[in-house]
Design a protein around this ligand. Structure first.
Ligand code: HDE
Length: 750
């Protein structure tokens, strides 16, 4: 009987005959057949992280290096173990009373494995949940030495950094290409303490006072009843908020502009948004705003591309960042500052520098480059680094201080507070990605997840028991400087300065600075987003704000919504445009761009090989698109007509005119029973049509020219029929310098 069998087994086990106690049918059991999966025969240490992927140097909070093997690695030795380090012989079968069970509660490995799994998730960030990070190096030009004593800004200094890019509204698993603001948060591991520059890709913010932050986020996040829409501002509560709190109109127009749908994290500007106070060696202060300028220029997707990518490749921006870094096309930015005199009014050219809904146009205060950032390493582990990184506005080195911007003041509280829940207690600075690269000797003790073993008995100052340690630092020891700004004697009020009441002049400035095609995109974006609202009163209220920005903008959106255009309620501001705000009309390097090349076995494969090399040589990425995977004419295929979609490519080259494959959907005419006039695979025609519609450069040679003709795009702007592949590439590269073939967009209504 079964119980008798169990007793027999138990006895055998007790007598040391473990092998007999387990059925040899159980895979992995001693005596059973060796596993069929291929495994290395000689145990070896886990593969070390790629040299370029090591986590930032790991230190204990007392500054000592933890040495190898580090907790940061977390995998040592060749054998599978419990968390306690006991080696395990089987991880596929729970301990049971006989092969048919039941499972025994005493199975520690089972309980530990499942318990740990049950607790693998931590709360996602309440905002900026969806993100992607990368490591890099910041090199200072030394041009900021006159205005700040920050050591990492001294000429030639190199500082390790970790950058996390993000969207704001969506959950961790939401799509990358939604219309939203992007976070651009940089952790500089300076030797004077970590500096976190926690910025966005837009220079202004929705609100002027931190106390409204929960409100704007409640309005932007999915509706509380249905939890839709995900990662979108195109819904009633968002537009309800921004039309009622009109200070949000400036940030809103940035979101509706092409800046809300970046082509890549690599092609985004970044802004510190607030005005900071810098202090130099002599104790002199200036006010300053931080800007990141991407080497590749500021480029965006079209709205249709962004929407398609949401389905075709929701990880588009992540993939783009990691692919670029792993291909050696390291993304680069210059850090720049706008510098203003530190006057008691804290204004510049009449602009209130404490109002985070205002910019200072670059034409009025030049952005002066102070250093260069290169991202050159992808994280080894997403959770450990990108998910656990904790930024905080209060992480400031000596030489950089805060101002009274009320939004900044509230953020100084929030970023520490939020980690207590998200990272489970006050010791998150000890998580490897958050550890400073400066020596730490704080008097903070104990708490959840304490990893340091603090020595000494006197974590207080002064003390006579730990030799007086730790000691306060002075200027010579690079202590943080609290600038002794005079605080005005004033009554306690819940109020804003009068200058904060101007909600429209800079929104108009933005509108007037756009090229016709960018204005057109703005009109379409407002019309789309408001068109998704259910409540007419909200649409009408937002139209009243648009009327105060510009009558043409208001009329066009009103027409799209089928509503009357209201009259302005404030005089239209008389402002000079700022050309620096437009993304159109400048030329940029084509490095890191993705070129799709359509090939098939009958095309000019020698030409393709030559073009591929030339694309690599130019620092761009060639992706071969073929009827099937594998290899065509000895060349590796990266995309097939089934897996590739136009939205992945910045430009497309056609080296062949592939005939319809059996798995292609029939062309429209064939479906309608008419003779199909095309001889090219409809997916290739769709690729070309979409590239054309999204104003991308298209080049063809040899048989590829037929595709241009059949897609009906031959001879149109930005479409090149060339004599050879390299000729086609040269022409396409020139077109790429402007990012898109702008004249292909419909004639503007503005
Ligand atoms: Fe944030 N913000 N924020 N924010 N923010 C957070 O901190 C907050 C604001 C920004 O990749 C949270 O660790 C308040 C402006 C970025 O980890 C939280 C206010 C700007 C990131 C928080 C603002 C930002 C955050 C959520 C109004 C641009 C992602 C998780 C006073 C200058 C950082 C976290 C990362 C994240 C609060 C406004 C940028 C809750 C209260 C303005 C890039 O603390």
């Amino acid at each position: 009987s079964k119980p008798a069998e169990a007793v027999k087994n138990a006895v055998k086990t007790a007598s040391g005959k473990i092998a007999d106690a387990l059925s040899p049918d159980v895979p992995g059991a001693p005596g059973s057949a060796p596993p069929t999966v291929e495994e290395p025969t000689t145990p070896h240490d886990p593969l070390p992280p790629k040299p370029e992927q090591g986590a930032p140097q790991t230190r204990t909070p007392t500054g000592a290096e933890t040495g190898a093997p580090t907790i940061a690695n977390g995998q040592q030795g060749a054998y599978l173990t419990t968390a306690n380090g006991a080696r395990l012989r089987d991880t596929d079968h729970s301990l049971k009373a006989g092969p048919r069970g039941p499972v025994l509660l005493q199975d520690h490995h089972l309980r530990e494995k499942i318990t740990h799994f049950d607790h693998e998730r931590i709360p996602e960030r309440v905002v900026h949940a969806r993100g992607a990070g990368a490591h890099g190096v910041f090199t200072a030009y030394g041009t900021a030495e006159a205005v700040t004593r920050a050591g990492f800004l001294k000429k030639g200094r190199e500082t390790e950094v970790f950058v996390r890019f993000s969207t704001v509204l969506g959950s961790r698993g939401s799509a990358d290409t939604v219309r939203d603001t992007r976070g651009f948060a940089t952790k500089f591991y300076t030797d004077e303490g970590t500096f976190d520059l926690v910025g966005n890709n837009m220079p202004v913010f929705f609100i002027q006072d931190a106390i409204k932050f929960p409100d704007i986020i409640h309005a932007g996040k999915p509706h509380p009843d249905r939890e839709i829409p995900q990662a979108q501002s195109a819904h009633d509560t968002f537009w309800d908020f921004v039309s009622l709190h009109t200070e949000a109109q400036h940030h809103t127009i940035w979101n509706m502009s092409d800046r809300g749908i970046p082509r890549s994290y690599r092609t985004m500007e970044g802004f510190g948004v607030h005005t900071f106070r810098l202090v130099n060696e002599a104790g002199e202060t200036v006010l300053a705003k931080f800007h990141w300028k991407p080497k590749l220029g500021v480029h965006s997707l079209t709205w249709e591309e962004a929407q398609l990518l949401g389905g075709v490749d929701p990880d588009f921006h992540r993939r783009d960042l990691y692919d670029a870094i792993e291909a050696g096309a390291y993304p680069e930015w210059e850090l720049g500052i706008q510098v203003f005199p530190d006057t008691p009014e804290e204004t510049f050219a009449g602009i209130d520098l404490l109002d985070p809904t205002k910019i200072v146009p670059e034409e009025l205060a030049e952005v002066q480059p102070i250093g260069r950032l290169v991202l050159n390493r992808t994280p080894t582990n997403f959770f450990a680094e990108t998910e656990q990184v904790a930024f905080h506005l209060g992480h400031l080195p000596p030489g950089i201080d805060v101002t009274n911007d009320p939004l900044l003041q509230g953020r100084l509280f929030s970023y520490l507070d939020t980690q207590l829940t998200r990272l489970g207690g006050p010791n998150f600075p000890q998580i490897p990605i958050n550890r400073p690269h400066a020596a730490v000797n704080d008097m903070l003790r104990d708490g959840f997840h304490q990893h340091a073993v603090h020595a000494g008995v006197a974590p207080y100052r002064p003390n006579s028991l730990d030799g007086g340690n730790p000691f306060p630092a002075g200027d010579a020891e690079h202590a943080v400087v609290d600038v002794p700004v005079t605080v005005a004697q004033a009554p306690k009020v819940r109020a804003n300065p009068a200058s904060f009441d101007d909600h429209y002049s800079q929104v108009r400035l933005f509108w007037l600075s756009m090229s016709p095609v960018e204005k057109e995109h703005l009109i379409r974006a407002y019309t789309f987003e408001l068109g998704k609202c259910y409540h007419q009163a909200i649409k009408e209220r937002q139209l009243r704000s648009l009327a105060n920005i510009d009558p043409v903008l208001c009329e066009q959106v009103a027409t799209g919504l089928g509503l009357p255009a209201p009259q302005p309620t404030v005089p239209l501001a008389d402002v000079a445009p700022s050309p620096a705000l437009s993304q159109v009309g400048r030329e940029w390097p084509s490095d890191g761009r993705v070129i799709g090349i359509v090939v098939d076995p009958d095309g000019d494969l020698d030409g393709v090989d030559e073009v591929r090399r030339a694309v690599f040589g130019a620092g761009m990425v060639p992706l071969l698109i073929a009827p099937h995977g594998g290899v065509v004419g000895g060349l590796p295929v990266q995309r097939t007509f089934a897996t590739g979609r136009s939205v992945e490519f910045d430009a497309v080259l056609l080296a062949a005119a592939p005939a319809p494959a059996p798995d292609a959907l029939p062309a429209r005419d064939a479906k309608a029973g008419r003779p199909d006039p095309t001889t090219v695979d409809p997916r290739v025609l769709l690729l070309v049509e979409e590239c054309w519609r999204h104003a991308k450069a298209i080049g063809a040679w040899g048989a590829g020219v037929t595709v241009l003709e059949q897609a009906g795009v031959a001879g149109t702007p930005g479409v090149v029929a060339a004599g050879s592949g390299t000729e086609a590439l040269t022409a396409v590269r020139q077109l790429l310098a402007a990012h898109r073939v702008w004249e292909r967009f419909p004639a503007s209504v503005v």
